[in-house]
Design a protein. Structure first.
Length: 503
């Protein structure tokens, strides 16, 4: 065989003589038991799939670079946020939320906007969305919420009754519902949408001072959306194709990265709870500060290895970046790593796309699929220490020791705070939705009302009435318009006759 042709092998590396024919007992006879190559092939095929993500299962990813344009040493010790011009490799994954892996890109849904920054002091994951707020401020509602967005357990179909029933019973969702049903509910492509941390995160500096921050990624391609009618014409793979093709053609998408910053003192007195995920911080009070550019310029080589196995976690912080008292964020700090351990095993951070680009030195050992096996001696800058316990006397041999300098400042708590069930369900759910509505022009308001009417078409009257009451609570024109559109639609489809059994 010529040198330029690579030999086909089995998984153990042994060359394969044939792959189109199996070993049989005679020309017309059955298989024999020594068809181990065939059995390996069939067995591997049976195991090609892993559980898909429980949410955000359908997505696209690309690699690129974050370039810092403003030094942030005054705010943070984060290594990659200091020194203008500093470049950090990143991988981004965009996704829809509700649909499974084989659903469609062109649906009305929130879009995930996740970034992994491979910094020299560990991976920082910014796991956000294309909207600055979220449906809930109470994390225990997440599984209920997602159940209503996914397929109905009986019909296996998307069910707007379930969706609206959740929203009717959770006015805290209304701000995000207004965004979802507005023009921004179906982005034209992943390149034409903004990203947001949505949550309040924090930065802390060398003096131990913490500032609350919200991250914004403003598309340099311009915001572009699809109406429901346009979405039907672009095809179900449109977002994947658009991202992949534009990068293949050298038309690299980019985003301008900005921060909103609030001091601890400002947070104490601000009239909006800065840790309420259903609220934005008005730009007039907290202006956007430009800090960098994000560019995506390389497609993955292998979708399964680099996208399906790509694992983000809001708990992947680096020194200088931390969380906040936002309850939803705190649940997420636990939830994602748990999901990855289930989907990808306990050693998911050793998979190439998730692996930090800096040395990983600790005393965690072994477990399913351990690939970075400690070999009993220090290697490559002390990456693998010979000991598996701490403390020990081996620091001079490269055994890792903690660095107290990276400790984050203590998280403030309210004075005299009581541990217990604190109900914040009724905390102003409508003002910001009303403010947003009043920014819409006439045609945007009309389209919004139409989307309400269409999706409420087969929904019980009692749910519709609660939803319309929420629109009125946000803005009287909003309520009037949605009610009118709904009544017109209801007359047409005789929706008054609809029952809960509306599949
Ligand atoms: C209590 C609230 C939440 C819980 C429990 C939760 C949980 C999860 C879980 C388990 C996954 C799948 C992870 C995986 O298997 O890879 C996921 C994915 C994701 N979530 Fe959440 N989530 C919550 C809220 C949010 C919020 C508020 C945002 C955005 C601000 C968000 C953005 C995302 C994104 C972008 C992904 C996909 C990550 C990727 O591209 O792989 N989630 N979430």
């Amino acid at each position: 065989m010529s040198d330029s042709i690579s030999r086909y092998t089995t998984a153990n590396g042994a060359p394969v003589p044939h792959d189109d024919i199996s070993v049989t007992a005679g020309e017309r006879g059955p298989l024999t038991f020594d068809n181990w190559r065939l059995f390996e092939k069939l067995a591997h095929f049976n195991r090609e799939q892993i559980p898909e993500r429980v949410v955000h299962a359908r997505g696209s990813a690309a690699f690129g670079t974050f370039r810092l344009t403003r030094d942030l040493s005054d705010l943070t010790i984060a290594d990659f946020l200091r020194g203008v011009g500093r470049e950090t490799p990143v991988v981004a994954r965009f996704s829809t939320v509700a649909g499974g892996q084989d659903s469609a890109d062109n649906l009305r849904d929130v879009r995930g906007f996740s970034l992994k920054f491979y910094t020299e002091e560990g991976n920082w994951d910014m796991v956000g969305n294309n909207t600055p707020v979220f449906f809930i401020r109470e994390p225990s509602k997440f599984p209920d919420f997602i159940h209503t967005q996914k397929k109905d357990p009986r019909s296996n179909l998307v069910n707007w009754q379930n969706r609206w029933e959740f929203w009717a019973n959770h006015p805290q969702s209304f701000h995000q519902v207004t965004i979802l049903l507005s023009d921004r509910g179906i982005p034209y492509s992943y390149r034409h949408m903004n990203g947001y941390s949505s949550h309040t995160l924090s930065l802390y500096n060398a003096q131990g001072e913490r500032a609350w921050v919200k991250w914004h990624f403003k598309t340099n391609q311009g915001i572009r959306n699809l109406t429901d009618e346009q979405a039907e014409t672009v095809g179900t793979d449109h977002h994947q194709r658009d991202l992949f093709r534009s990068i293949e053609q050298g038309d690299f998408p980019s985003w301008t990265v900005k921060l909103q910053v609030m001091t601890e003192e400002q947070a104490r007195h601000y009239h909006i709870n800065p840790f309420d995920l259903t609220k934005v911080w008005p730009h007039a009070d907290f202006p956007l500060m430009e800090i960098g550019q994000l560019e995506l310029n390389r497609n993955p080589d292998n979708y399964f290895a680099q996208v399906e196995q790509l694992a983000f976690s809001p708990s992947n912080f680096v020194p200088g970046i931390s969380g906040s008292p936002d309850r939803v964020l705190q649940s997420r700090l636990w939830s994602y790593a748990d999901a990855h351990r289930y989907r990808l095993t306990v050693n998911y951070q050793q998979i190439e796309v998730n692996r930090p680009r800096c040395p990983v030195s600790n005393y965690q050992r072994d477990g399913l699929m351990a690939a970075a096996a400690p070999l009993g001696e220090a290697r490559e800058g002390g990456q693998y220490a010979s000991t598996n316990f701490y403390p020990n006397d081996r620091a001079v041999e490269g055994a890792p020791v903690p660095d107290a300098m990276v400790a984050e400042p203590p998280m403030p708590l309210e004075q005299d705070a009581w541990v217990g069930y604190h109900d914040n369900r009724d905390e102003d759910n409508f003002s910001q939705a009303g403010e947003l509505y009043r920014l819409f022009d006439e045609s945007q308001r009309e389209r919004l009302a139409r989307v309400f009417a269409t999706t409420l078409q087969d929904v019980t009257a009692s749910v519709c009435q609660r939803v319309i009451a929420q629109c009125y609570a946000a803005d009287s024109d909003y309520g009037r318009r949605v009610e009118q559109a709904w009544r017109t639609g209801a007359d047409e489809s005789d929706a008054a006759e609809q029952t809960l059994n509306n599949f």
